[in-house]
Design a protein around this ligand. Structure first.
Ligand code: ZN
Length: 132
């Protein structure tokens, strides 16, 4: 089953917890055992799993990514968003999560985050939910 949903971002760089949307799509699919592949079809965004209990964790991750990869650094790419492309490649654009008994198998503190690196924008997330 294929699912697309949209994420609106409000800052230049931002992590958005998309765990509820992904879990809802798995519920709607009625797949009890399988894999949910999450795909972000953008070159200046990404997807990652980290702690969603304390929001300062992803704020710290973002702060350090923005330090390590500065917005301006004599980049050659004329669009002016090379930092976002680099962050996208570092973080990655896809994840697989196990589905067991109809639920995403995430650790207690784990959440799925859409990673905006060149916002604000309206973005897409694709899911492929496979039984198996
Ligand atoms: Zn670009």
């Amino acid at each position: 089953m294929f699912v697309e949903f949209r994420v609106s971002t409000h800052s230049r760089t931002e992590f958005v917890d998309i765990t509820p949307q992904v879990q809802q799509a798995v519920r709607d699919s009625q797949v009890k055992e399988g894999i949910c592949q999450i795909w972000v079809p953008h070159t200046t965004a990404g997807v990652t799993i980290n702690e969603n209990a304390d929001p300062s964790v992803v704020r710290d991750i973002l702060m350090e990514l923005n330090k390590v990869i500065p917005f301006e650094d004599n980049y050659q790419h004329l669009e002016g968003n090379s930092a976002a492309h680099i962050k996208s490649s570092l973080v990655g654009c896809t994840l697989n999560v196990i589905i067991h008994e109809g639920r995403l198998m995430l650790g207690t503190w784990q959440g799925i985050f859409f990673c905006e690196f060149d916002g604000p924008r309206s973005r897409k997330v694709w899911l492929k939910i496979v039984q198996g």
